[in-house]
Ligand binder design. Structure first.
Ligand code: SIN
Length: 342
């Protein structure tokens, strides 16, 4: 029997809808690409899953209606504030965010670092639009609510429920452009599974998150301006001009999606060394999609003042660098200790 059944009262789960394919609409049911994401409102989405009533009382809000490729810092900041407010309420037990798959891993990690509650926060999404034959959104939503209502999902950081699997926010990445099972947690594996109202965890996350995180939004100014951190890719024939342009534009940090173990083309490295002389922070990640970027291995990090991202992919490394710089932490040794801990 799941622990949620053993609660004294029926759990209440808040749902924040942001758009995505889970709220996507196509002209005909056979259409699974070429639809419009983020157009169907949360009430209609919920009315398609009456079984939610058997799991939790639901309080739903529409916070955005976007294709997640268009996500920006302002929505992240608004989400963190709203999540913190809702989870501070005694009668809310957990929270689900309906999101697009394209930047889901980024929002999950952003919230993992900035939410100040141990209550379950679960993101979910869909690969097929709401109107499609065999749409996956309804079951993903049902499983996400089941997980958010499950007491032992607390204190595990931000979670993702997708295709019956439970992923950690730090680990998850999108690995297919079309497959229904579009996500994986390379290097670390899934945290557990959710099937038919049953939740099973196989491991805990070890890195720091949520209530123990040092990252808080009160350092961000009222214009929602975060330090500018851009991602550049190292590849055959790359030129340093892109880095020079970013430096000239006043960029505060650069994450390099390096080859292999975060190695950087000599031409690009020359430009990045120059960027360091202009106080631009530089983090080495990898474009490979799995594996670990080791410190002082494919580049002399300590000599060049670079930071290695470990297992964080470039998109998540960008978030950690942005938040670190927002707190005023830019010394390579300090940044490295944050990348080793988060
Ligand atoms: C989106 O990310 O909003 C569109 C794609 C998707 O949800 O699968």
């Amino acid at each position: 029997m799941s622990e949620s059944v053993l609660r004294q009262r029926r759990p209440t789960v808040a749902i924040l809808a942001t758009g995505g394919t889970i709220a996507g609409e196509a002209l005909v049911a056979a259409q699974t690409i070429g639809y419009t994401a983020g157009v169907i409102g949360v009430d209609r989405l919920l009315s398609a899953v009456p079984e939610l009533d058997s799991v939790a009382a639901i309080r739903a809000e529409q916070v955005a209606s976007i294709d997640s490729k268009d996500l920006d810092n302002a929505l992240w900041i608004a989400l963190t504030h709203r999540v913190n407010i809702l989870l501070a309420q005694d009668d809310i037990d957990g929270l689900v965010i309906m999101h697009g798959t394209d930047t889901l891993e980024e929002t999950a990690y952003w919230l993992h670092l900035t939410v100040s509650s141990e209550k379950p926060v679960v993101l979910t999404a869909a690969m097929r639009p709401f109107t499609a034959l065999s749409a996956d959104g309804a079951l993903n939503l049902f499983n996400a609510v089941t997980l958010a209502a499950y007491p032992d999902a607390a204190a595990r950081g931000v979670l993702v429920a997708f295709a019956n699997r439970i992923h950690g926010a730090r680990d998850i990445t999108k690995v297919s452009t079309y497959a229904i099972d579009a996500f994986a947690s390379p290097e670390s594996g899934v945290l557990g599974w959710v099937h038919d109202k049953r939740v099973e965890f196989q491991r805990r996350v070890t890195r720091t998150h949520t209530i123990k995180s040092v990252f808080r939004l009160n350092v961000i100014n009222t214009q929602n301006l975060l330090p500018v951190v851009q991602i550049v890719v190292s590849h055959a024939g790359v030129e340093g001009i892109i880095v020079d342009a970013l430096v000239n534009a006043g960029t505060h940090g650069i994450v390099v999606a390096g080859t292999g173990n975060g190695s950087i083309h000599a031409t690009l490295q020359k430009a990045l060394v120059h960027a360091r002389t202009q106080s631009v922070s530089v983090v080495r990640s990898s474009r490979v999609g799995s594996g670990h970027v080791m410190h002082n291995a494919a580049a002399p990090d300590d000599i060049l003042g670079l930071v290695s991202a470990g297992t964080l992919n470039p998109y998540k490394a960008r978030i950690l660098l942005m938040l670190s710089l927002a707190h005023g932490w830019s010394e390579p040794i300090v940044l490295q200790s944050l990348f080793d801990r988060y």
